[in-house]
Ligand binder design. Structure first.
Ligand code: ADP
Length: 402
């Protein structure tokens, strides 16, 4: 079954066409700068075509049309006609408490995704724009929404409620939702397969470490806690996001720096994290290079990042009454031996020691603890698009189309 997976941002569209049984990616690409000068599409196909098309793209409808045209292009396309796409899977960042799993999109679902906009003002409107544009171009195909929050809907109230008046939860839905659920779910399932154990037997800590970063406690196959919260700003120190800070810092900054609440929010989202600490970059490749060349603030930024990940590992080990494996994934988790080494420094008391030689290897699923350790350290490349494709297939198989 060919599934077209879409991840729409405010000015970008990421896509993959996946053959779900073989898990083969037939085509993938990225359209950037929608609605701005210099829009361009980078498209790769299974037949080794890589093309770049530069032309103005005014909105998401034009963008999706351009992407679908690329799919059926005689020269670099991979299908003859759009009816060869069985279904469309759309990534949606925030599903609130309404969606605890993926769902076939209809008018009511669109309304419910809209209701989550106040909680994800940057992401959900873009996701919705993409869904509506795609449904207007291909109205007869099934469209499925797969949510970043859904996997975390199993988190119990004692972990998802903040120390705020309960009325705020009832009135506005203020609680921890958690994000990166698609990735946490995928790597926890892959870990169980790798360990040849049932998910129901395992206590896992999954560390999704990319530009945005979060840690999750996955007990017996279910998320029971995660570091991101009401929004993706809480938790770890990230590329440009501050993670958790004393909330009193917000009015303090408003007074001292003469900022509005919105300005502080942007500051905490875009100017903070390892970028703010190092004063250099949000990209850990730059920080590693700088630290190796003696830049103390770059080193400090990495130390702070790793220290915070370690604190969550400790907390979640207690939350689950033990831990069988810690999993590293996403851009940094998969590719940075240096960060993994820093995070694992304090883990010996928990029954694991990082093997530096194994840690330096690249590619594929790998175990990086010394032989014989009870607590496993695993690197598992994430594949969120594949999860979306599989979920889309699953939902479509359970629905009778009239
Ligand atoms: P997102 O999907 O959140 O944008 P990714 O999961 O693609 O992010 O991760 C991107 C980040 O991963 C980069 O900003 C960089 O910090 C880090 N990264 C990627 N490759 C490497 C590498 N080889 N060494 C160190 N860090 C890396």
């Amino acid at each position: 079954m060919n599934i077209f997976v879409l991840n729409c941002g405010s000015s970008s569209i990421k896509y993959q066409l996946i053959e779900s049984e073989s898990k083969k990616v037939l085509a993938k690409g990225l359209l950037e700068r929608i609605g701005n000068d210099g829009s361009f599409l980078k498209h790769y196909s299974v037949y080794d075509y890589a093309i770049e098309i530069k032309r103005p793209v005014a909105n998401h409808t034009e963008g999706i049309q351009m992407v679908l045209d690329a799919m059926v292009n005689k020269e670099y396309g991979v299908i003859n006609d759009l009816t060869e796409i069985a279904a469309f899977g759309h990534r949606v960042v925030h599903g609130g408490e309404t969606f605890n799993q993926s769902v076939l999109i209809n008018d009511q679902v669109i309304e419910d995704i809209k209701k989550c906009i106040p909680m994800a003002p940057l992401h959900n409107p873009a996701n919705l724009t993409g869904i509506k544009a795609c449904m207007s171009i291909v109205p007869n195909a099934p469209h499925v929404a797969v949510f970043d929050t859904a996997f975390h809907q199993t988190i119990p109230a004692k972990a998802y409620l903040y120390g705020l008046p309960y009325e705020l939860y009832l009135k506005y839905g203020i609680r921890k939702y958690g994000f990166h659920g698609i990735s946490h779910q995928y790597v926890s399932e892959m870990a169980a397969k790798y360990l040849k154990r049932e998910p129901a037997e395992l206590r896992l800590i999954t560390c999704h470490l990319g530009n945005g970063a979060s840690v999750a406690a996955v007990k017996h196959g279910k998320s029971i806690d995660t570091s991101m919260g009401f929004t993706p700003l809480e938790g770890l120190v990230m590329g440009t996001r501050c993670g958790e800070v004393d909330p009193a810092i917000i009015p303090f900054l408003m007074d001292m720096e003469d900022m509005t609440g919105k300005q502080v929010y942007q500051y905490l989202n875009n100017k903070s994290g390892v970028l703010g600490i190092s004063g250099l970059s949000s990209d850990f490749r730059d920080l590693e290079n700088a630290a190796c060349n003696g830049d103390e603030r770059a080193r400090l930024a990495m130390d702070i990042f790793a220290y915070r990940v370690g604190k969550y590992i400790g907390a979640y080990a207690v939350a689950m009454g033990g831990v069988d494996a810690i999993i590293f994934t996403a851009g940094l988790g998969e590719n940075s031996p240096m960060i993994r080494e820093k995070i694992c420094e304090g883990l010996a008391f928990m029954g694991t020691v990082l093997d530096k030689e194994k840690n330096a290897l690249r590619d594929g699923i790998r175990e990086i603890n010394e032989n014989g350790c009870a607590l496993k350290l695993l690197v598992i490349p994430t594949n969120e698009e594949l999860v979306i494709a599989k979920e889309t297939e699953r939902i479509c198989q359970n629905v009778v189309f009239l």
